[in-house]
Design a protein around this ligand. Structure first.
Ligand SMILES: [Zn+2]
Length: 175
């Protein structure tokens, strides 16, 4: 294949995507979400409506903080702190409840790192994580890096619902 043909092919694909109805395109997050308009407030409202959650003031405010900054990993405490800084009057209990409601309807994915730390991921597509010990930082492992080579066979009567891999990292000690 000549280089010029490759370019024509790439353009054709891009062109087809541009003309395809937005709903037909696979969403980056993998979830069924409304067409984003670029207005975070409007987007959060339709996002909540799509999953059948009433867009209350608190859900709107927390959703706006959560989803307005691209894909991120956040704990309830982190979100509570951000909400407080943004002058959103919510209690930590409300933040917890809202995060769990969002998780139940598939807007968030819960990533348990250990018994005490639970992160909520705005990227609900299948991916694994690095956890940096001591820095409490959760990073996505690129999907091109295969983590699980062979899915274990589940016991009789069970099926694998999801595989979550957390690879724990620490800084190399300088010697
Ligand atoms: Zn993630």
């Amino acid at each position: 294949m000549t280089p010029s043909r490759t370019i024509v092919f790439t353009n054709a694909v891009e062109e087809a995507e541009r003309h395809a109805p937005a709903a037909a395109r696979p969403s980056a997050a993998g979830a069924q979400r409304s067409t984003l308009t670029g207005c975070p407030w409007h987007d959060v409202k339709s996002m909540l409506r799509d999953v059948g959650l009433r867009p209350t003031r608190q859900r709107m405010a927390l959703g706006w903080i959560l989803f307005g900054k691209g894909d991120r990993h956040i704990t309830a405490e982190m979100l509570y702190e951000e909400a407080t800084k943004a002058k959103v009057p919510v209690s930590l209990a409300t933040v917890y409840n809202t995060l769990h409601q969002f998780t139940d309807v598939g807007l968030l994915r819960q990533v348990a790192v250990d018994g005490s730390k639970t992160y909520f991921d705005t990227n609900v597509s299948q991916h694994h994580h690095f956890f940096v010990e001591g820095e409490n930082d959760l990073l996505d492992i690129p999907t091109t890096d295969v983590v699980v080579g062979k899915t274990p066979i589940p016991p009789e009567g069970y099926e694998v619902a999801r595989i979550d891999v957390v690879v724990r990292l620490r800084r190399k000690s300088r010697t």
